[in-house]
Design a protein around this ligand. Structure first.
Ligand code: B3K
Ligand code: ZN
Length: 883
């Protein structure tokens, strides 16, 4: 397999100006005709034109109307090379044959439950027709689709419908024209028996946009929330970023077979149905929230990704980091900013930190790849979003907005790089960003230590920072990073102290801002070692560091447990209240892991119980915040902090603390359940969601007790639930313990919901991710369940992905979990390399475990790497994991 490097980027020799595509969709094969107007970049230089093409059968190729003969072109498994094209502009026409019905990779053109649909990002367009499949080739497209009218009554593509009509033999056609230039990865086509929910949105300049969400007819009632989300997103982008929609129509299509969440094709977004369809009875609050966020995300791409796109795939974070940031902000403005931030930071810590510390660690802008699909990662997306967030932290809201305005003004219609975004931010604000660009080029999570001291005579308070960035593959030595640390100081009453000025680099810098008192300031840490000294600090403060999680780093402060309990109770920065609780919980869990490994008794610190109790009883707090604050850090996060990860110890400790908390706070938890009963009618708003979250978190704790009465209570909750959030939480609570009650409700749930594949997927995931001893056996059985299908990515993510997410069973010491995954990856790879590659990633941190486990996991990785006909996708992850 060939590795591709950022440093080798070259401008294309040819540009494409217009592309006219024509599809004749058939049951056996599909014929694709393409007519492309080609312009050489440099006049007169007639270098070969290399077109990408995979799994295509070439029928004919013409230049300026005359058919090329053998010798005028060269065909290999991945390319069509025109050896000596004419100098000057010319017209290239190709006809190719493809087999969408046989395409199980779900990349290019394929069939999903009776519908034709496409997925072209990153490099799927080359499976549709011969093309320069790279994002810096931007052209205007038309697309004519011809198909059987009764089987495919709806024919969609990008842009506006300009012509349609009936044809002989029961066929019909539609002609679409997209007035905007676009890279081919944004091309889309859909054909099938779909119906739409229709609505309109009037833009800020008064244009009326038709909105349509397409699904099979029976699913239409479940698109109300998606439509609500779309309209909210359109309005928000106008209000917050000044971005107006640019066409008269916006389509969303929902399909059940899709490799990822969704795709932002110009004016024709295609979605995994689990991110469109929702009803109170079948979808949870988490599903509703995910739909809001992803509908927003794909819509926001219209400006950040489509109007301004990436020069090459190494720049992926230019659109993804920025668009994730935008969807995070959209969801924050919709609900609770703190709770959203907590969720996003937890995700970053659990998945991105782990990736950043393992063999697949790569910078936000990777330096190389074998398969681009492997780089749609938490690093490019979530860490990329943190990088964008840091600009905003440094510039403030207004400065940040000036930066994005300039970015759109300068680059509309262009394919650009991360430096271009950086330059817009800098130039619009005349800002000094020091070494900020290294966030794009250096991998690894910076570790920052802080030591504090108070000088009672001088009334100064000093913070000394030391930073290191750990080595990552290909980057043994790192430069210091530019880390914005938002900081406040609390007085002994827990109130924020006004900040006046800071000594730094031998200068006294004023913090004050136009006479207004300042309570949080952003310290710019740019060196290996650096000191900041706050002046005029009347008493010894407790520092609140990295407020709102102002940089994606691991922070080690010298705060004592008492300081942390104080922050948990008092910090005006709600995020840091949660954070203080998490730091305490992590310390506690790690200390008990040591006890477990020494066979000593596990104990729960009463001060911790008290801290949790205070949070539960604090009626001034947001209920969803309380739910988050009483939830312990995940097992992965704790294992990540250990020399040798010990899944059994971490699991036992987390279970012990949960049960102990439940028993000591039983009454308080019961009260939470009682006081936060759901309203009869399901309402998706923050207040109602928060009540449900708190009640269900309490229920989960209670169910860990051996207590008949509680089992009854949870069963009752299950039976009387009127929405999926409550019903599924109760089911999950009961399913914690093996036994008849568990078996009965699981069977009942399946009977109730077997007709709804999205609910059945939840049922798969709940069972596969269970920590019940020896669960691998159940998962094998579920593989042959009638509702399971290895060809459907959602089912794979639920059953196989779910299993790998349960550390005790996946890392079972007998190797049964590893064997299960190894076998499945090899099978899956033959059907769908992208999905197989996502699954094989579960092995990548094998070196973190003890020797027995290491050997077992390594053997599976070696087996995979040596499998016949292995895809480049899986090869890249597996071989890098072994290296
Ligand atoms: N841009 C797509 C992801 C495409 C993944 C290709 N393997 C979805 C998104 O981030 O919005
Ligand atoms: Zn995206």
């Amino acid at each position: 397999p060939k590795e591709i490097f950022l440093k080798d980027y070259k401008l294309p020799d040819y540009y494409f100006d217009t592309v006219d595509l024509s599809f004749s969709l058939g049951e056996e094969k599909t014929i694709v005709s393409a007519k492309i107007s080609v312009t050489p970049r440099v006049d007169g230089a007639a270098s070969p034109l290399v077109l990408d093409g995979v799994d295509l059968k070439l029928i004919s190729v013409k230049i300026n109307g005359s058919e090329l003969k053998e010798g005028d072109f060269h065909l290999d498994a991945k390319h069509l090379i025109l050896t000596s094209p004419p100098s000057g502009n010319f017209i290239l026409e190709t006809v190719t044959e493809i087999l969408p019905q046989k395409n199980t990779s779900l990349e290019g053109l394929y069939k999903s439950s009776g519908n034709f649909c496409t997925q072209c990002e990153a490099e799927g367009f080359r499976k549709i027709t011969f093309y320069q499949d790279r994002p810096d080739i931007m052209a205007k497209y038309t697309c004519r689709i011809e198909a059987d009218k009764s089987l495919y009554p709806v024919l969609l593509s990008n842009g506006n419908l300009i012509e349609q009509g009936d044809l002989e033999g029961g066929k019909h056609f539609a002609l679409w024209e997209d007035p905007f230039k676009k890279p081919c990865y944004l091309f889309a086509l859909v054909a099938g028996p779909l119906e739409s929910r229709d609505d309109t949105f009037t833009t800020c300049s008064g244009r009326k946009v038709a909105l349509r969400i397409w699904t099979p007819p029976e699913d239409l009632p479940k698109t109300e929330h998606a439509m609500y989300s779309l309209k909210a997103a359109m309005k928000w982008d106008e209000d917050v970023f000044g971005r107006e929609y640019d066409l008269d129509i916006f389509n969303i299509v929902s399909v059940p077979d899709f490799n990822m969440g969704a795709m932002e094709n110009k004016s024709l977004n295609i979605f995994n149905s689990k991110l469109v369809l929702a009803s109170p009875e079948t979808a949870t609050d988490a599903d509703y929230a995910a739909i809001l966020g992803v509908i927003g995300h794909e819509y926001f791409h219209n400006w950040t990704g489509n109007r301004v796109t990436c020069r090459d795939w190494f720049q992926l974070s230019l659109k993804e980091g920025l668009t994730v940031f935008r969807d995070q902000e959209f969801s924050s403005d919709w609900g609770s900013r703190t709770v959203k931030r907590i969720g996003d930071v937890s995700k970053l810590r659990t998945y991105q930190f782990s990736q950043d510390a393992g063999p697949m660690a790569h910078p936000v802008r990777p330096h190389s790849y074998i398969k681009m699909d492997n780089f749609y990662t938490v690093t490019v997306y979530e860490k990329g979003a943190e990088v964008v967030r840091m600009y905003k932290t440094l510039l403030g809201s207004q400065g940040f907005r000036k930066g994005t305005d300039l970015y759109f003004q300068r680059h509309d219609g262009q394919a650009v790089t991360c430096e271009d975004f950086f330059a817009s931010m800098r130039d619009a604000n005349d800002a000094d960003f020091a070494n900020f660009l290294s966030w794009y080029s250096q991998a690894g999570t910076p570790i920052v230590k802080v030591a504090s001291s108070y000088n009672a005579e001088a009334h100064t308070f000093s913070l000394k920072f030391t930073q290191t960035v750990p080595p990552t593959p290909g980057q043994p030595v790192k430069e210091p990073m530019f880390i914005p640390v938002a900081t406040g100081l609390l007085d002994s009453n827990g109130k924020d102290m006004p900040l006046s000025s800071i000594y730094h680099d031998g200068k006294l810098e004023s913090v004050a801002c136009g006479g207004q008192p300042v309570y949080t300031t952003v310290l710019r840490v740019t060196k290996d070692e650096e000191e900041f000294v706050f002046a005029d600090v009347a008493e010894k403060p407790i520092p609140s560091l990295l407020r709102g999680y102002s940089a994606p780093i691991r922070l080690h402060s010298d705060l004592t447990d008492n300081d942390l309990f104080f922050l948990l109770a008092n910090d005006s920065d709600e995020f840091n209240r949660w954070e203080a609780g998490q730091i305490l919980a992590r310390k506690l869990m790690l200390s008990q892991v040591v006890n477990f490994q020494k066979d000593s008794a596990l104990v729960l610190d009463p001060q911790f119980v008290h801290g949790i109790k205070c949070i539960i009883l604090d009626s001034s707090l947001d209920k969803e915040f309380i739910a988050k604050a009483i939830t312990l850090p995940g097992e992965g996060e704790i294992m990540d902090m250990m020399e040798v990860a010990d899944p059994d110890a971490v699991h036992a400790v987390r279970k012990f603390i949960r049960k102990q908390l439940a028993s000591e706070l039983k009454q308080e938890l019961l009260n939470l359940v009682k006081e936060n009963k759901s309203s009869e009618k399901y309402v998706f708003d923050h207040a109602n969601m928060a009540r449900r979250a708190l009640k269900n978190t309490a229920l989960g704790y209670l169910a860990s007790l051996e207590d008949e009465e509680i089992t009854e209570l949870v069963l009752q909750e299950y039976k009387t639930a009127t929405n999926m959030t409550d019903q599924f939480s109760a089911l999950a609570a009961i399913a914690q313990k093996p036994g008849k009650a568990r078996d009965d409700v699981l069977a009942d749930f399946y009977n109730k919901w077997q007709h709804d594949y999205l609910v059945v997927n939840k049922w798969f995931a709940l069972q596969s991710s269970s920590d019940i001893p020896g669960n691998v056996e159940n998962v094998y059985k579920l593989l042959s369940h009638q509702a399971f299908d290895l060809k459907n990515p959602n089912k794979v993510y639920s059953l196989i992905g779910g299993f790998c997410a349960s550390p005790v069973n996946f890392h079972a010491k007998d190797g049964s979990g590893y064997k299960f995954l190894g076998e499945l990856v090899v099978q899956l790879d033959k059907l769908n390399p992208q999905v197989a590659s996502r699954m094989v990633s579960a092995f990548s941190r094998w070196k973190r475990y003890d020797e027995t486990r290491q050997n077992l996991a390594k053997a599976q990785l070696e087996m995979i790497v040596s499998a016949n006909g292995l895809s480049e996708n899986v090869y890249e992850i597996a071989s890098k994991s072994l290296a």
